[in-house]
Design a protein around this ligand. Structure first.
Ligand SMILES: *Cc1c(COP(=O)(O)O)cnc(C)c1O
Length: 341
């Protein structure tokens, strides 16, 4: 038995999901004739109360499209130093949109309205890049699945309005935040101009992300997706997995959160671990004690059939998910309790 906690992206489609995929009614999505894709886009647009949604093969492509829609080359995006768009999209913001990032030194990937205010370059000071977009990530990935305070997001929206800045949400794991906080997609739709959500993380689909947003921004989204290489044909097979996941895998995220919380509880009692970041959703980040060699820790985990992510500098990451069963969870807790260094 392999217990793979490297990411919530390692899940495989369930039988029910595969059946839904096999039975999907499909057409050529480049002609917008795939009724399952159209259904998924309509459903997610409605959830967020936005006029438009567009299906993408990946979250990276959805974010990259959003950045392009909000900016012109030479401009600047405000985001946290931990942001996925800055750290893990291959330099795409500069490659695709010709923009730079002004990084905020936030707390677990989150910052305040006052941080944003201070990061805006004065528009008439032509020596600096023109600030045009604020990008938020919820939950924060590198920040350990932390959820934003919604009131702070509203305050940041007011700053965006006052300075005429676009407001984008990288909501790859927004589903986890909605479940944890008891918030609604519509609340987020009210606030942000564009939002990307992943189907391939906690929801357990083999692929797919959706970008939702307002008309003036989204009008060009399909052209940008095309330029990035993303016109797809009978994509209803993938969209059907998304529809199935929204029906069957959304509420159960609670279970992933409970397991992550139990891991946190055990980890905090262990002598070979010096710090566990507060767990809210399905990501657990912890630091080994200075005396424990990371390579040795990883080897011992591996010998027990457990795969985790080594983030460097003694930091480790676990992510709970759909394929992490109760049996695996109990074994994982036992192994953690019995390891010695
Ligand atoms: C995974 C992830 C993405 C990108 O999604 P891919 O489908 O892997 O391209 C974007 N943002 C965050 C925060 C993520 O965790």
């Amino acid at each position: 038995m392999i217990i793979d906690l490297r990411s919530d992206t390692v899940t495989k489609p369930t039988k029910g999901m595969l059946t839904a995929m096999m039975q999907a009614k499909v057409g050529d999505d480049v002609y917008k004739e795939d009724e399952t894709v159209n259904l998924l886009e309509k459903r997610i647009a409605d959830m967020f109360d936005k006029p438009m949604a567009l299906f993408f093969p990946s979250g990276t492509m959805a974010n990259q499209t959003a950045i392009k829609l909000h900016t012109q080359p030479g401009e600047q995006v405000i985001c946290d130093k931990y942001a996925h768009i800055f750290n893990y999209e291959g330099g795409g913001a500069s490659f695709n949109s010709g923009v730079s990032c002004k990084l905020i030194n936030g707390d677990r990937g989150m910052f305040t309205a006052s941080d944003v205010e201070k990061s805006i370059n004065p528009p008439d000071f032509y020596h600096s890049p023109l600030t045009s977009l604020v990008a938020i990530e919820n939950t924060t990935n590198k920040g350990g699945g932390a959820c934003w305070d919604f009131d702070e997001l509203k305050k940041i929206k007011a700053v965006c309005n006052a300075h005429n800045l676009g407001y984008h949400l990288d909501g790859a794991r927004l589903w986890n935040a909605l479940v944890y906080k008891g918030e609604t997609a519509k609340q987020y739709g009210d606030l942000f101009n564009t939002i990307s959500v992943c189907l391939s993380k906690g929801l357990g689909c083999p692929m797919g992300s959706v970008l939702v947003g307002d008309e003036p921004f989204m009008k060009h989204a399909i052209r940008v997706r095309k330029i990035l290489g993303g016109g797809m044909r009978q994509m209803g097979f993938a969209a059907a997995a998304g529809l199935y996941a929204l029906d069957n895998h959304l509420d159960r995220l609670q279970e992933d959160h409970e397991k992550a919380k139990e891991l946190e509880t055990v980890l905090t009692t262990l002598s070979y671990i010096q710090k566990v970041e507060p767990v809210e959703t399905n990501i657990v980040i912890f630091e080994l004690s200075d005396t424990v060699d990371a390579a040795l820790f990883n080897k011992k985990m591996h010998d027990n059939g457990i795969l985790i992510s080594d983030m460097g500098e003694g930091k480790m990451r676990l992510v709970t998910h759909l394929d992490y069963t109760n049996i695996m969870h109990n074994k994982m807790l036992d192994v953690l309790k019995t390891l010695t260094f």
